[in-house]
Ligand binder design. Structure first.
Ligand SMILES: [Zn+2]
Ligand SMILES: [Zn+2]
Length: 353
């Protein structure tokens, strides 16, 4: 194992899921990375909506208990045997929802690493970034551009990548109309990417409190579903070539389907418990498509980060220190965060600069 000059502490602080819904601040011995792994000094970790499932329904057999968090930015402080030299000590890296891939399964051999059945799911099947240190598989690492601050880059690794890739897969072309359903952690990134990619951007949300912010983030039109029929408004604009759904409420999504243009695509990013019941007529009659979209590969993630740096796109964030993670998580869960809550590990960050 290679170690950096950075003086590594014998222990580090982490938030572990001691019981379903309960985050506990603990001190853990600093681990040594195994072959193919690196040890990262975490600088920032975003709190994603998917963390709710990880924290409320954790794998209680995990010993020690799981550390959540999958929007992680930090620096490599130690590398195990066989780690490629590109992932050198001191390099700034990120880890998103998927922490690597097997490289040999049918999906991996087709380059679809996000579909690898063996992939570690960060914060769920392996420890994540609500911590000062984290071990990660080298093949899941993402290089972080220098001009992105850690707390700004973190949410791009999941919320940014998910929406950036969904737009790329949607089939929409510059000049087309794209509707974004749900203006939250994912939606606020989708609006910015969609605007920069040259689409006519329709934000669909509930209530007026978010309207001005949606327009500021890049929407050409904001539709408040409490006042207006989103389908009628979108139809008067000629229909949407793509609708990106970031919500999990199946009836809301199904109701928007008639707003799709013929050959249009409904892209699902949010997941809810109820089945999605869609009218078959518009699907068959207009050759419309419904697809699901995951985040993406480490390569895709570097594209999302690079595009964000190039176009000045940044998440709208609020930061809180690691030791207040339980409070930050409760705020996110209650919806009391403008767009994205990010945990920062300032002491570690500055001590290692
Ligand atoms: Zn996420
Ligand atoms: Zn695989």
């Amino acid at each position: 194992m290679q170690k950096g000059d950075l003086d590594m502490q014998a222990t580090y602080r982490a938030l572990q899921i001691t019981a379903p819904g309960k985050l506990e601040l603990v001190e853990r011995p600093t681990p040594a990375p195994d072959p193919g792994e690196v040890l990262i000094a975490v600088e920032a970790c975003g709190i994603c909506g998917a963390d709710v499932g990880d924290i409320e329904r954790p794998d209680i057999t995990a010993n020690p208990p799981r550390v959540p968090g999958h929007e992680v930015v930090g620096r490599i402080v130690a590398a195990g045997a066989g780690v490629p030299s590109v992932w050198a000590i001191g390099k700034r890296v990120g880890v998103g929802r998927f922490g690597g891939y097997c490289g040999t399964c049918d999906q991996c051999r087709q380059g679809r690493f996000q579909l690898c059945p063996m992939k570690p799911v960060v914060g769920a099947t392996c420890d994540g970034g609500y911590a000062e240190m984290m071990v990660a598989q080298a093949n899941g690492l993402v290089s972080i551009p220098d001009d992105l601050r850690a707390e700004e880059a973190a949410p791009i690794l999941c919320a940014g990548l998910a929406t950036f890739n969904a737009l790329r897969k949607s089939g929409a072309e510059p000049g087309d109309t794209v509707a974004v359903l749900g203006i939250g952690g994912l939606g606020h990134m989708a609006l910015q990417y969609a605007r920069s990619m040259g689409f006519r951007v329709v934000a669909v949300g509930r209530g007026q409190d978010i309207a001005a912010e949606a327009m500021r983030l890049g929407a050409h039109v904001y539709i408040d579903t409490r006042i207006d029929s989103a389908v009628e408004r979108i139809r008067t604009m000629g229909g949407a070539q793509a609708i990106l759904s970031t919500v999990g409420h199946s009836e809301t999504i199904a109701a928007l389907l008639p707003g799709l243009s013929p050959r249009g695509t409904l892209v699902l990013l949010g997941v809810g418990a109820d089945p999605l019941a869609l009218a078959m007529g518009p699907l068959v009659g207009g050759e419309r498509r419904v697809i699901g979209s995951l985040t993406g590969t480490p390569w895709d993630n570097e594209r999302a980060l690079g595009f964000s740096a190039l176009t000045g796109i940044r998440p709208v964030i609020e930061t809180m220190p690691l030791e207040r993670a339980a409070e930050a998580y409760q705020r996110m869960k209650s919806g009391d965060v403008v767009f994205r809550m990010v945990l920062t590990m300032k002491e570690t960050h500055h001590a290692h600069q």
